[in-house]
Design a protein around this ligand. Structure first.
Ligand code: CP3
Length: 354
C-alpha cells in the first residue's frame, strides 16, 4: 500500500518525537457539515450511507478537505455489530437509534451469536479498503468499535437510555447473564477490529461511551475487563507498522491507571479530566488523546484559541499528546469554529516540540 505522507498521529500514539501535536475530532464527519447532510440525503438514510462504500468514503474525507486534520476515521457506527447480530437497527428522526429486538433474558443471551465480520459486516470492510485507497497515504485511517458494555446498554435497553434501567437490572440481578453477553460481545468486537486492521485500519479506537455510568467495581468488572480481553486479542503489528489501540471511556478520570494497565497504547480523555494531572499519573505508560469540551466550539475563535493554548500548556512539552475534543463534535457546531480550533492546534503546538 502507498507510503504514509503524514504519520504524526501514529508517531504521537507511540510517544515518538513529532514536529507538532496531531489533531483529529471525534465524530468529525457528521451533521454539522452541510456536505455531510447532502451525502446522507443522497444515500436516503444514515444506515444506507454506512452501507454504501463510496458514499461512506466520501463523507470520511469531507472534514479532511476542510481542515488540516492528521487522521481520518472510518465512517460507520458502533451499532453495526448489534445490527449484524439480528437486532434490527433503525433511526427514528430526532430520537436516536432504536432496535426492533432487545436482549433481556438468559435465553436471549444464549441465542445470541458471534459476528462473522467477513459475511455479516462485509460493507464495513469494503468501506475501510475503499477509504484507504482513496486516502492514498494522506493521513492514517482509524478503525473503531463500541466497547462490550456500551454495546450491551443499547442492546438491552433497545436504544439510548438515560438511566440504563434494564441493563443495570441485568448487571446486578443476573450478573452471570450480563457476563455471558459481554463475553460474546468481546469476541465479536475482537474479530471486527482485527478484520478492520487487515482491511487497512492503521489504528483502532474502542468507544466506551457509557462506562462512566457504572459504579467503581462494576466498571472494572463489567467494562474494563472485557476491553482488556479485546486489547489482548488484537493484531498489534500489520504491514510493517505498529497498530496502536486507543481506549476511550467517557467519565473515566478516576480509572486512568487501571485503563493504562490494559496494554492499550493511548487513552482518550473527556474534558472533565485535567490533562496535566493525567500525564503525571500515566504519561510514562500511554499517550493521551483529548480533551477540549466540544461546547467550547460555541465560543468565539479567540476564546477557542485560548482554550487550545490552556490544554497544550497543561500537557506540556514533548510528544504523546493527540489533540481532540473530549467527546464528539456537536451537531450545532459552526464549521468555521471547528476550523479555528484545528488551526489553533496547528499554529500553537510546534513550540511544545522543540
Ligand atoms: O467520528 C466519525 O466521524 C466517525 C463516525 C461515527 C459515528 N458514530 C457516525 C454517526 C462514530 C465514531 C460513531 C460512534 C458512536 N455511535 C458512538 C460512540 C461515540 C460517542 O459519540 O460516544 C455511539 C454511542 C454511537 C451510537 C449512535 N449513533 C447514536 C447515539 C446516534 C444518534 C446520535 C445523534 O446525535 O442523533 C448515532 C447516529 C450517528 N452516528 C450519526 C453519525 C454521524 C448521526 C446520524 C445522522 O446522520 O442522522
Amino acid at each position: 500500500m502507498s507510503e504514509l505522507k503524514n504519520d504524526r498521529f501514529l508517531r504521537a500514539l507511540m510517544r515518538q518525537p513529532v514536529d507538532r501535536t496531531p489533531i483529529w475530532m471525534m465524530r468529525q464527519a457528521g451533521r454539522y457539515l452541510p456536505e455531510y447532510r447532502a451525502s446522507r440525503s443522497q444515500a436516503g438514510d444514515f444506515m444506507s450511507l454506512c452501507k454504501n462504500a463510496d458514499l461512506a468514503c466520501e463523507v470520511t474525507i469531507q472534514p479532511l478537505d476542510r481542515f488540516p486534520l492528521d487522521a481520518a476515521i472510518l465512517f460507520s457506527d458502533i451499532l453495526t455489530i448489534p445490527d449484524a447480530l439480528g437486532l434490527g437497527l433503525y433511526f427514528e428522526t430526532g430520537e436516536g437509534p432504536r432496535f426492533k429486538k432487545t436482549i433481556r433474558t438468559e435465553q436471549d443471551v444464549a441465542n445470541l451469536g458471534i459476528v462473522n465480520t467477513e459475511t455479516d459486516l462485509d460493507y464495513v470492510l469494503k468501506a475501510v479498503s475503499t477509504i484507504r485507497h482513496e486516502l492514498n497515504g494522506r493521513v492514517p485511517l482509524i478503525g473503531f468499535s463500541g466497547s462490550p458494555w456500551t454495546l450491551a446498554t443499547y442492546m438491552v435497553e433497545g436504544g439510548s437510555s438515560k438511566d440504563f434501567r434494564h441493563a443495570k437490572a441485568m448487571l446486578y440481578g443476573q450478573p452471570d447473564v450480563m457476563h455471558e453477553l459481554l463475553h460474546k460481545l468481546a469476541l465479536s468486537v475482537t474479530d471486527y477490529l482485527n478484520k478492520q486492521i487487515l482491511a487497512g485500519a492503521q489504528a483502532v479506537q474502542i468507544f466506551d461511551t457509557w462506562g462512566g455510568a457504572l459504579a467503581h467495581n462494576a466498571y472494572l468488572e463489567f467494562s474494563l475487563k472485557y476491553m482488556k480481553q479485546i486489547v489482548d486479542g488484537l493484531i498489534r503489528d500489520h504491514d510493517g507498522r505498529r497498530v496502536p489501540v486507543i481506549l476511550f471511556t467517557k467519565g473515566a478520570g478516576q480509572w486512568l491507571e487501571a485503563m493504562a494497565d490494559t496494554g492499550a497504547d493511548a487513552l482518550g480523555l473527556d474534558w472533565t479530566t485535567d490533562i496535566a494531572d493525567a500525564r503525571r499519573r500515566i504519561g510514562d505508560k500511554v499517550a493521551l488523546q483529548g480533551n477540549m469540551d466540544p461546547s467550547v466550539l460555541y465560543a468565539s475563535p479567540a476564546n477557542i484559541r485560548a482554550e487550545v493554548k490552556r490544554i497544550l500548556d497543561g500537557y506540556g512539552q514533548g510528544t504523546g499528546h493527540i489533540f481532540n475534543l473530549g467527546h464528539g463534535i456537536h451537531q450545532f457546531a459552526d464549521p468555521a469554529h471547528a476550523k479555528a480550533f484545528v488551526e489553533a492546534v496547528v499554529e500553537l503546538s510546534p513550540e511544545y516540540h522543540r
